[in-house]
Ligand binder design. Structure first.
Ligand SMILES: Cc1ncc(COP(=O)(O)O)c(C=O)c1O
Length: 360
């Protein structure tokens, strides 16, 4: 479970998913692109999916390439959610018998990386961010950790879940240099990049064979149920991952939805505008209550509430789900994904009520 509310807890509370407003997942707030429904309806369910995801890889290549930089389809691998890609990376790079591999994780971060590394029996080393301050990492220490331990892979989430810290090109390049010198692979998870207000272009990093970019189409286009993600890397890295990927792991509904979503060029600007306005409103409301809300560059915010587990329960009683960040090692924080303005206003009102009753 990823901190959302699971079916077992829902049943115990006598609730249905529709009874709740879910701010625990951080996905596009405007629902999937309209064309997705038609595309899905047209799928022949009696046929196997294309195991090569050819049309989708061509579309990814066409849509994300910028004029002077073409990403060939041999450099693209599609996964059953980006989660599948992290598990493939762990199997390929870490499950080496008889000696298991080493992974450096930049933490606190998305728990699935560590889960995948554990399944591969890897040695896991963590570079922990400054948890008492701005949540940034000391990049020199991270580089030293990499140089000293020569990991097979380094994983960094940019912008990071749950802290929203967004590393600069220079910081990422420093990590890439250290990883190259260690003969490893730097995996940059860009699951939330689509919602950074002023992103820098990471595609030129693909000139470096030691870099892989991983992206989630489930979040960008609000289709988490379909499971769709992709990675961009050197042809060799992509070929190695493909060898370990089961055939047909990306179903036809997801492939079709992905093509339609990428072709809908008006969608992301709309989704981004919805995120930016609701996020600004929420941050403003919560800060004016006196709550500490660190700056985040993603489509979620952290709020320092004191006792996160208690706040999650109090909000759940009002039918709102937020992420208790205890499992990230941040028990004083909740994470709130950005939903449309109307829902965000309702959540802000509930938080005001709780803050007032807690103050008494
Ligand atoms: C940082 C990060 N990467 C990847 C994922 C998984 O995304 P997907 O739905 O593409 O598997 C998540 C899901 O919460 C996430 O937070």
């Amino acid at each position: 479970m990823h901190g959302s509310i699971g079916p077992t807890e829902l049943r115990a509370l006598g609730l249905n998913p529709e009874d709740l407003l879910d701010f625990s997942a951080s996905i596009s707030p405007i629902g999937p692109p309209d064309g997705v429904w038609n595309a899905i309806r047209g799928v022949d369910l009696s046929r196997y999916p294309d195991p090569e995801c050819l049309e989708l890889r061509e579309t990814i290549s066409r849509k994300i390439s910028i004029t002077d930089r073409q990403i060939p389809i041999e450099n693209v691998i599609v996964g059953n959610g980006s989660t599948e890609i992290f598990h493939l990376i762990a199997r390929v790079y870490l499950s080496k018998r008889p000696v298991h591999g080493t992974a450096v994780l930049m933490t606190p971060t998305y728990g699935e990386y560590e889960g995948a590394c554990r399944l591969a029996d890897a040695r896991i080393l963590k570079c922990v961010a400054n948890l008492d301050g701005d949540f940034r990492w000391d990049i020199d220490s991270a580089s030293k950790l990499i140089e000293d331990n020569k990991p097979d892979i380094v994983i960094v989430c940019n912008p990071n879940n749950p802290t929203g810290v967004y590393l600069s090109r220079r910081e990422i390049e420093a990590l890439a240099d250290a990883t190259r010198d260690a003969d490893g692979l730097l995996v940059i998870d860009e699951a939330y990049l689509a919602f950074v207000e002023e992103p820098w272009d990471s595609l030129p990093l693909l000139d470096r064979p030691e870099v892989m970019l991983v992206r989630s189409m489930t979040k960008d286009y609000a289709q988490t149920a379909l499971r769709l993600g992709y990675a961009l890397a050197s042809k060799d890295v992509v070929a190695r991952l493909r060898e370990f990927q089961p055939d047909w792991s990306v179903n036809t509904l997801a492939q079709r939805a992905g093509v339609v979503a990428l072709n809908d060029i008006a969608y992301l600007p709309r989704a981004r505008a919805a995120v930016f306005s609701a996020k600004a409103y929420l941050v403003d409301q919560l800060r004016s209550l006196g709550l500490e809300v660190p700056d985040t560059e993603a489509n979620f915010i952290l709020v320092k509430v004191g006792e996160a587990a208690k706040w999650r329960s109090l909000l759940l009683a009002k039918r709102f789900v937020v992420r208790d960040c205890t499992s990230f090692g941040l028990p004083e924080y909740i994470r709130i994904g950005i939903l449309p303005m109307g829902d965000t206003k309702r959540l802000a009102k509930a938080i005001v009520e709780i803050a007032k009753s807690e103050a008494h």
